[in-house]
Design a binder for this molecule. Structure first.
Ligand code: FES
Ligand SMILES: [Fe+2]
Ligand SMILES: [Fe+2]
Length: 485
């Protein structure tokens, strides 16, 4: 069926900054599509024939096509999927395998009033009132952290916790994605964790590691209850409530880097913990979460690098850290829906609310490089909430559940206290989290236990201790993501 409806994407000049863009479209009914725009022209060209748009997910097994290689064949230009090397014609989507990628017509048209060229794209089939939610360049900014993160004076700077410090262990190197996940969770040194994440994700995305290994005949290893940490990085672990009085930029960057280190583990943990018990999860699930692990490693590296620039005397590991993000991982370790809801759609979504304030604070201090790093992080975090939303709704659909109702039930079970605003409605919306998901929502985790305990201790005090505990918990969560203090 030929679809003749087009919507405006952006002024053409906006597409000259990069060669690939991720375009998210959403319909009035809430349907969404992620597309990749490939631009094959040189920056000074305005040749519309060299813009191509294709659904971002490979029709074979769901790899992300933003890393696809572009090749020119006699028959046309193709995108080669990194996983199994199937190629898809950029214009027609056809491949020799018989599979067909979904492509979209994209045109450059002069504006009727100003004559400025604009890119327009054909809308997907089904749905009405399609609009552009997001257009972002596909780029890989990755600050390399200092080769050895310095830790507190007197601490052992070698990596004593790891028997084998090489990125690929010499003894029993991982052969499946599940084995890499568990190895990385057990890797205590943050630099090595980042290096192994980069390596494993590159193997997986480039098609050099094709075995996920979450199903028989593989025997996926068990993930640790709590990921490993070098003593040198945890000796300063403190009660998060004591961290609420944050003052300076170094303390903030350190706290943010700590969150990112846990976030790397959270991305690997969801794959290692739930992959084996959910064999129906498609490869695209693992693709999304490996991408998330890579992003979190990038965030950690960017922040550690900024920290070492602005405060060489307080490198990562020298300031107090907290572990409260992992509390939510533990409380959701037996439910994939619970994990997606609490970690990715409550915690990570809260990150979207507070990031603009943090960025503004660094902007006021004229720390442009930190602002740039935090902006990259914020853009990525929107996609993490998108990932959480995508898989939460995917599971709900398969189980015949209403996603909004189920999300609210999961939050009631797995969250304690109010889901707090003010909300970044726009960023949440980009990720698919409309207000119906989170408005007027309160978690009841531990409420019953607290009330029972209160009754046992002193009937007259009844609500007071529960209120206090809830408040403390909320403070912890604020600290987990609201590092601006
Ligand atoms: S060729 Fe793309 S996932 Fe297999
Ligand atoms: Fe992050
Ligand atoms: Fe994230």
């Amino acid at each position: 069926m030929v679809n003749t409806e087009f919507i405006l994407v952006a002024p053409f000049t906006q597409l000259l900054t990069h060669f690939r863009f991720l375009l998210t479209l959403r319909s009035q009914e809430g349907l969404s599509h992620s597309l990749i725009i490939f631009r094959l022209s040189t920056p000074d060209s305005s040749n519309a024939d060299q813009l191509y748009a294709m659904e971002s997910t490979c029709p074979h097994l769901g790899a992300d096509l933003s890393n696809a290689e572009i090749e020119e064949l006699e028959t046309g230009i193709v995108a080669v999927c990194p996983w199994h090397r199937y190629d898809f014609d950029l214009r027609t989507g056809k491949s020799d395998t018989g599979l067909k990628a979904c492509t979209y017509d994209i045109q450059v048209r002069p504006g009727s009033s100003d004559g400025i060229d604009h890119a327009w794209i054909e809308t997907p089939e089904g749905g009405t009132n399609w609009h552009v939610v997001e257009l972002r360049p596909v780029s890989e900014e990755f600050a390399d952290p200092p080769p050895h993160l310095p830790v507190e004076a007197g601490a052992d700077t070698t990596r004593p916790q790891d028997d084998d410090e090489s990125v690929v262990p010499k003894l029993n190197p991982p052969t499946t994605l599940m084995e890499w996940a568990v190895l990385i969770l057990n890797t205590s040194n943050p630099t090595l964790k980042v290096d192994r994440t980069k390596h494993a994700v590159q193997l997986f995305h480039n098609g050099q590691l094709t075995v996920i290994g979450n199903e028989p005949p593989h025997h996926p290893p068990e993930p640790p209850t709590v990921p490993a940490r070098d003593d040198a990085y945890t000796q300063n672990t403190v009660d998060p409530r004591k961290l609420t009085k944050r003052k300076n930029a170094a303390v903030m960057l350190h706290a943010l880097a700590n969150i990112e280190q846990w976030a790397i583990d959270l991305a690997w943990d969801i794959m290692a913990r739930f992959g084996p018990s959910h064999p129906s999860l498609p490869p695209a699930f693992f693709y999304d979460f490996t991408k998330m692990a890579l992003d979190e490693s990038k965030h950690f590296s960017l922040l550690v690098s900024r920290l070492s620039h602005i405060s060489p005397t307080t490198p990562y590991g020298t300031l107090p850290v907290h572990t409260s993000l992992w509390d939510s991982a533990l409380s959701t370790s037996s439910s994939l829906l619970g994990r997606l809801a609490i970690i990715h759609l409550v915690h990570e979504a809260r990150g979207l609310d507070v990031n603009p304030g943090t960025i503004a604070r660094f902007a006021r201090a004229k720390d442009d490089d930190s602002v740039k790093a935090l902006e990259v992080i914020h853009q990525d975090e929107v996609t993490h909430v998108t990932t959480g939303h995508r898989w939460f709704t995917w599971i709900c659909e398969r189980e015949g559940k209403d996603a909004i109702k189920t999300f609210r039930e999961e939050v009631k079970k797995g969250w304690r206290g109010e889901v707090r605003g003010p909300f970044n409605v726009e960023a949440r919306e980009k990720a698919g989290m409309t207000k119906e998901f989170y408005e007027d929502l309160r978690g009841e985790l531990g409420l019953e236990k607290d009330l029972n305990a209160d009754t046992e201790v002193d009937d007259r005090k009844e609500k007071q201790p529960q209120k206090e505990t809830t408040k403390n918990h909320e403070a912890n969560i604020e600290v987990a993501y609201e590092t601006a203090g």
